[in-house]
Design a protein around this ligand. Structure first.
Ligand code: GUN
Length: 352
């Protein structure tokens, strides 16, 4: 908290009053006691609420932005193919960007697309005065047609809303300061900040995390986010890849934060989560057949596929605090993408 009693989340300032409907306690001392309560279990952080708070703050700011610059922040999205996950992600990114007062420029290609067509779209977005930041929704389908690394290198680093370009990745990993961060870990960090969860406030315990999955989008940058001094999070971490017996390491009890981003539906069970676990961060976004599916039914039953995380929901009951899936890091990712786009837009248009 700074001298004006405001709290910085993703570069945006929020008063305690604004955060009151998200936090379990408004008073900071009571909040601390709430998280210290030894009986606290399975307290699920609501990523949707945090995302919507950020979206509404951006909406107010976008109006000011337009008054001063004559433009709205512009987000570009490039997608290819019809993967269920990607369609779901893109739909919500688009919807929330519009709610934030941004313009959205979407380029969706069919399977017949090739590398050159995507390159042409990247060049178009790089040169557009209306697009301040853009993303290539991964994976591009059909995957074998694309060299993703080469495509990402062609994105103008000043328009790299995902923070995937090697220049921005370099800044992110080097030194103590960075401006942009990959959206998935940044989104989770913003959720923790909105709830006033500081990974050292409890008893100065040295926090230690086990991270399952070493992807460049999630697992790897998660480590960077939680050890970065600039976030005041001094967490040691153990990054594990798919050949590791991750359950064995989770079970040791050496780690009070368990993070998974491996995309294996309901993989971790209660027996894999020790009682000492303080935080579970479930980054898995998996779609499985809905066991209660009824064709033509309304609501949940009518959905053929449902979203689950990497942890089975019974495993959450072993931890004090949970960033769940769905409803946690997914909406956080969307909020962080908008925050990144906002920062790029402010820089480009000299908006303070
Ligand atoms: N696919 C899954 N997550 C992401 C993400 O955060 N950004 C992009 N561009 N593609 C993704």
């Amino acid at each position: 908290m700074n001298q004006n009693n405001s709290i910085n989340i993703g570069g945006l300032e929020f008063s305690l009053d604004e955060l009151a409907h998200i936090r379990p306690e408004k008073d900071l001392n009571k909040l601390e006691q709430f998280y210290q309560d030894p009986t606290l279990k399975n307290f699920k952080l609501k990523g949707n609420k945090v995302r919507d708070l950020i979206v509404s703050k951006l909406n107010q700011s976008s109006d000011q932005f337009e008054k001063q610059t004559g433009k709205r922040p512009g987000l570009g999205i490039i997608q290819s193919g019809d993967l269920l996950q990607s369609n779901t992600y893109v739909k919500i990114k688009e919807k929330k960007a519009v709610e934030a007062g941004f313009n959205v420029f979407k380029a969706k290609f069919k399977d017949c697309v090739d590398q050159k067509m995507i390159e042409d779209k990247i060049i178009e977005f790089n040169n557009s005065d209306l697009v301040h930041g853009f993303i290539i929704q991964l994976p591009l389908i059909p995957q074998e047609k694309f060299n993703i690394g080469e495509l990402i290198k062609q994105i103008d680093p000043t328009k790299d809303a995902d923070c995937f370009h090697p220049y921005n990745v370099g800044l992110f990993y080097s030194g103590d300061g960075y401006a942009l961060a990959p959206a998935t870990p940044q989104g989770t960090l913003m959720i923790l900040q909105a709830y006033g969860i500081h990974l050292e406030h409890e008893d100065k315990t040295i926090y230690s995390a086990a991270i399952s999955g070493r992807s460049d989008i999630a697992g790897k940058p998660f480590g960077r986010i939680i050890e970065a001094k600039q976030n005041n999070y001094n967490v040691d971490y153990h990054l594990m890849n798919s050949r590791t017996d991750t359950k064995k390491f989770f079970k040791t009890g050496l780690y009070n934060i368990l993070i998974s981003a491996i995309g294996k539906a309901n993989y971790y069970r209660p027996e894999d989560v020790p009682q000492t676990t303080k935080i579970i961060i479930d980054v898995g976004v998996n779609f499985i057949k809905n066991p209660n599916y009824v064709a033509g039914a309304k609501g949940k039953k009518g959905r053929e596929f449902i979203q689950v995380g990497d942890f089975h929901k019974t495993a959450y009951e072993k931890a004090k605090i949970v960033v769940p899936s769905p409803g946690g890091s997914g909406p956080g990712t969307v909020a962080a993408l908008l925050v990144n786009t906002w920062k790029l837009a402010c820089k480009k248009e000299n908006f303070l």
